[in-house]
Every structure is written in C-alpha cells, then in structure tokens.
Design a protein around this ligand. Structure first.
Ligand SMILES: Cc1cc2nc3c(=O)[nH]c(=O)nc-3n(C[C@H](O)[C@H](O)[C@H](O)COP(=O)(O)OP(=O)(O)OC[C@H]3O[C@@H](n4cnc5c(N)ncnc54)[C@H](O)[C@@H]3O)c2cc1C
Length: 486
C-alpha cells in the first residue's frame, strides 16, 4: 500500500506531510461519493424535491396503519383543543399563568372533552399512552401534568394500593377533584431511592402513621403538582415499627403512603406540612414542581398503600414477599409504566421535530447550478445525512415503543415473572436510548432549519427545553443503562 512508504511514526518532512494531506482529502471525497469510477468533480445533488416523481400515498391508510386502533381518541384530543383556542398555550406566557392554563387544559379535557385517561392506566395502557402522546403534542407541560396526575399519583394508588384505596380515590383522581403528587425524590436522594430518609412511624395507640422529614436532605424535592394544585401526595418513606427491645423501632424499608397536603375545601396547606415552590425551570414551566416537608403529620393506618406489605391494628407486619429488597423491587416494578410512557412520548416529540425539519427542508431553497433555479436544501446530501437517518430512526422507535407498550400491557394482565424482567430491561434501555437520541436530534433539527429554526413559533426551543429533562426523570439515563443487562 502506498501509504506504507511514509514512516509509521508520521511524516518526516513537508513533502510527506503534503502527500498525506492530499491522500486524506481524496479518501474523504470518496466517502462522499463512493462510486469509484465517477470523477470526483461529478459529485451530484440528490434531487428529492421538484425533480422526483410524486409518490402516491394514501395518507389516510398510512395514518391508520401507524396510529392503529387509537387514532380516534387522538383525533378527539386534537378536536377538543381546536374547538377551544383560548386553551392553547401562547408563545409568551409567565410561569404562573402557564401553570393555571395547564390545569385548565387538563380539567377541560377531562370534564368537558370527556377524555378520561385514568380509566385506561390499568385496563388499556396502550390507549392511555396514545392520549398522552396527543396531549403532549399540544403542550408538553400538559403531557407531564397529566402524567403526574394519572400515571404517578393515580398509578401509585392503583398499583401499590388495594381495593379499599381504589374504591376511595378512583373517582376523585379520574375527574381531577383530587389532584395529587408522587413524592419520591428527596433533596439528597434521587436515583438512589433506597437511600430515602423520610420516615413513617406506626403509632399503635392512635392507629396512625406519623410522617416526618428528619433533616433538610430528606425534604421531598421536584414534586410535580405540589407547588400549587396538589391536594394529596403519595409519599415514599421508611416504614418504622415500634419494638419492645432497646432499639425502639425496626426499619421495614421504603413504603408508599397517601398523605393529604391541602384542605379539600379551603385549599390551605394542612398543619405539619410545609410546601415550597421549586421555581422557574429550564422547561415544563406549566408544571408546578414543589418541595414538601413533614413535621409529625398523622395519617390513618389505612393510608399505607398495602399491596406488598401491611401493618395490622396491633402493629404486626405482614407481606407475601419475604425480604425488604424483594418488596422494594416489587414496588418499583409497579411504577415502570411512567418510564414506558416517557419513551413513548419522547418518540412523539421526535416525530414533531423531524416532520417540521423535513418539510421545511423540502420547501427552503438556497443556491443551485449556474444559471438554473435554486434548489431545495433537502437536495444537498449533507442535509439528507442529517435528516434521513433521523426519519428512519423515528419509524424504528415508533414500532419499538409500540412493542414495549404491548409487552407492558401483557405484563399488567399476566404478572408473569419473566415478562416483568423483560419489560424492566426493555423500558430502561429504550427510555435511555430514545430520550438521549431525541434530545440530540432536536438541536440537529433546529440547525437544519437555519435561522428560522430559532424562531420560537417554530417550536424547536420549547420542544428542546421541555424534553431535555426526559433524560433524567423516571430514571437518569446513565443509571438506567446499567440495568439493561439483567
Ligand atoms: C422537572 C422535574 C420534575 C420531577 N418530578 C418529580 C416528581 O414528580 N416526583 C419525584 O419523586 N421526583 C421528580 N423529579 C426528580 C427526578 O426523578 C430526579 O431528578 C431523578 O430521578 C434524578 O435524580 P437526581 O436529580 O438526584 O440525580 P442524581 O442521581 O444525583 O444524578 C446526577 C448525576 O450523577 C450520575 N449518577 C448518579 N448515580 C450514578 C451511578 N450509580 N452511576 C453512574 N452515574 C451516576 C447521573 O448519571 C447524573 O449525571 C423531577 C425532577 C425534575 C427536574
């Protein structure tokens, strides 16, 4: 090989350097135009726009194929918001107005639009995720607000509680009379849920649990729906049982408890609860994230979500699962729906961005052959290299997440151990891979639309800012990827 003439330690003089540079340029040129017998200067535009014969596609059939049996409910969501222009989120809006608008959007959709997502959380998850995708495309803050209400707060009550909880809370959660929060993360512990420090000590005298925040690091932080609207929170805390030995209490591990945080009538914060606002965020400002601190807040024993572990009137602990770690795994396993939903919604964001960038690239014209009209920027191979693999990946992710949702729905029905393991690994891997891919693609799409991509009205800014945190919540991507090989 020619290159071997040059010392393996690198070029020895300027002639060798020049020769190396020339060879490198020739090699790179071949990459751009791999047809060997084509002289380099014949590198051509690959015409997509104008010159190509229009392909006859039945958009109706394609849409039906892609969106499947839940197309109608997505159309209902869009029809509702199209009929209520005053509920559409304007480009310029303050944090507080955005939060109120988001709540109005959710209540309107449910009570006036007749869309009841909570009914599908357990019975037909694929329908729930289809609604979430449509709602998220209206305003991602609304998508997350809905996710907090139904998948996190509602999902924790349904999946970690028992019949008594379902009977008591279902309707109020469903019609948003009971707006609620999912209070897991603490100031000092996010990814490491086993390290949570909030405690729930059983008091056998009064048949209550006493919820306490033992130090500043245990303040519940980032809790959606807490700063303004929430009336209840599912609080994750270490269950402490009194013992008759010198230790005083036994730590039974992390459990979930329903804790009322605001008065149902006056909406005032309840005694012993302190609520702070997490303030203005990089995105998702329609969601009211807050911090919760508990000072000896008493709740009835019934408020323990007792599907995987229960405490009797006389303070005895019972569970069908033998160890703290098995109970912890079962509890987190029931919450995997949030992660499935995020992977699915992230593809929804990617679809919007890729469609905007590809359509624009077909219509936008810059430069062209001498004395001829300018060409569509999608005719440039560099533009195609940016957008076409992304378009193909969007289709691949669409089908991959449909498969994930199918597996998840099967798992909810069968509770099959092997399926639970599959869904855990698949949701962790897909959530991490897709959300990272979408986050990077949003920047590429913005660039692909040049200066016009930077106008807020063209949506890349809000999509990018709102979506960015998808890489962190419902499991940080780096941490999740460590769980894929199980
Ligand atoms: C807008 C928003 C809304 C939220 N809503 C809620 C909510 O409603 N309810 C709720 O309970 N929580 C909520 N959260 C919290 C969210 O779930 C956590 O932020 C998330 O789990 C990550 O935890 P952390 O912030 O402590 O990050 P950390 O765990 O501190 O991560 C920081 C960095 O350390 C790295 N890291 C951590 N552990 C490891 C490891 N083992 N190996 C390698 N790297 C590691 C991570 O990759 C990351 O880069 C929300 C957060 C935000 C920002």
């Amino acid at each position: 090989m020619e290159l071997q003439k040059i010392s393996s330690k690198g070029p020895r003089n300027s002639e060798e350097t020049a020769e190396l540079v020339n060879r490198r340029i020739n090699l790179l040129t071949l990459h751009l135009n791999p047809v060997q017998d084509n002289p380099v200067q014949e590198l051509e535009l690959l015409r997509c726009a104008g010159k190509m014969k229009a392909i006859n596609v039945s958009t109706e059939t394609l849409s039906e194929y892609m969106r499947g049996k839940h197309r109608d409910i997505q159309e209902e969501v869009f029809a509702y918001f199209n009929s209520r222009p005053e509920l559409q989120t304007p480009i310029e809006i303050s944090k507080d107005e955005h939060r109120e608008l988001c709540m109005k959007q959710l209540v309107g959709l449910v009570r006036e639009g007749g869309i009841r997502p909570f009914r599908y959380v357990v019975d037909d998850p694929s329908k729930y995720f289809a609604i979430a995708e449509a709602v998220g495309s209206v305003d991602m803050s609304l998508g997350i607000k809905m996710g907090v209400q139904y998948s996190l707060w509602g999902g924790s009550v349904i999946n970690l509680g028992t019949k008594k909880h379902r009977d008591k809370y279902f309707d109020g959660i469903d019609n948003v009379d009971y707006p609620g929060c999912f209070a897991m993360t603490e100031l000092h512990h996010g990814s490491n849920v086993q390290g949570l420090q909030t405690v729930a000590t059983f008091d056998p005298l009064t048949d209550e649990f006493i919820i306490d925040t033992p130090n500043d690091g245990a303040i519940k932080w980032w809790i959606g729906n807490a700063a303004v609207h929430g009336k209840f929170a599912t609080v994750f805390a270490r269950l402490m049982l009194p013992t008759h030995d010198t230790k005083g209490v036994t730590d039974m591990g992390v459990h979930a408890f329903i804790v009322p945080i605001r008065d149902m009538k006056t909406h005032k914060t309840l005694p012993g609860v302190e609520i702070h606002d997490c303030g203005h965020k990089v995105g998702l400002n329609g969601v009211d994230n807050g911090a919760l601190r508990f000072r000896s807040v008493r709740i009835p024993r019934d408020n323990l979500l007792n599907r995987f572990g229960d405490v009797s009137r006389d303070g005895r602990y019972t569970s069908s699962l033998p160890t703290i770690s098995k109970r912890f795994a079962a509890t987190l396993g029931e919450l995997v729906g949030g992660r499935v939903g995020l992977a699915y919604s992230s593809v929804g964001v990617l679809k919007i961005a890729v469609v905007i960038a590809t359509r624009y690239s077909l219509l936008r014209q810059q430069f062209g052959p001498p004395q001829q009209p300018e060409v569509s920027i999608l005719d440039y191979q560099s533009q195609q290299h940016k957008l076409m693999p992304m378009l193909a990946s969007t289709y691949a992710f669409h089908f991959a997440t449909l498969h994930l949702v199918e597996k998840y729905s099967e798992m909810k029905k069968s509770h099959d151990e092997e399926l639970i393991g599959d869904v855990h690994a698949l949701s962790a891997g897909l959530k991490a891979y897709i959300t990272s891919y979408t986050a990077k693609s949003l920047s590429t799409c913005r660039e692909a639309c040049g200066g016009h991509g930077y106008a807020a009205v063209n949506r890349f800014g809000s999509l990018r800012n709102d979506h960015d945190i998808f890489q962190t919540f419902e499991g940080d991507n780096t941490v999740l990827l460590q769980q894929v090989e199980i």
